[in-house]
Design a protein around this ligand. Structure first.
Ligand code: SF4
Ligand code: SF4
Length: 165
């Protein structure tokens, strides 16, 4: 999470429009086969009950089942992983063991569902997040050094984050 913004499921519209449309029905959370979506708790009536993802608990594996199931289009009915538009991963090189020079680790690259487009290996060894990243959070969830955080789209400049409408 960043600046109070929530990481939404794939296909989520811009936050204001998403909040207007979301019925807090929980259908997306019910059908996610990985249990990736949970419903926000708390006392804010605008966001309480809306779906979010916390990669440190469970990332989104981009199966793309939830967007077409949303009854109000709060999630655009996208089915391509590359258009998920959730956000973007940010890699802290100071924490990454490869950049730091201790061990050569390729965990994030091996697990990225958009390997070699969203996450590439510079010189075959240094992970680099590209503009194709959709912010699924898989790399954050698998990094053994907690060197990656996933920034929700609402926390990014307009147009950033793969598949942004
Ligand atoms: S795309 Fe699939 S894995 Fe990701 S939140 Fe939706 S149902 Fe879950
Ligand atoms: S770089 Fe990370 S957040 Fe981006 S698509 Fe790959 S695994 Fe997902």
């Amino acid at each position: 999470m960043s600046d109070g913004h929530l990481l939404r499921p794939p296909g989520a519209r811009d936050e204001a429009e998403f909040l207007r449309r979301c019925l807090q029905c929980g259908r997306c959370a019910q059908l996610c086969p990985f249990g990736s979506i949970f419903l926000e708790a708390g006392f804010d009536p605008r966001t309480c009950g809306t779906p979010r993802i916390d990669p440190r608990r469970t990332p989104c594996w981009l199966c793309m089942r939830c967007p077409p199931a949303c009854p109000t289009g709060a999630l655009r009915p996208v089915t391509e992983m590359a258009k998920a538009g959730m956000g973007r991963a940010w890699l802290d090189k100071a924490r990454c063991s490869t950049y730091e020079g201790s061990i050569l680790c390729k965990t994030c690259h091996e697990k990225c569902p958009l390997r070699n487009t969203a996450l590439i290996m510079d010189l075959g060894m240094f992970p680099v997040v590209t503009d194709a990243c959709v912010g699924c959070g898989v790399c954050e969830s698998v990094c053994p050094r907690q060197a990656i955080v996933t920034l929700p789209r609402a926390a990014l400049p307009p147009g950033a984050g793969g598949g942004t409408p």
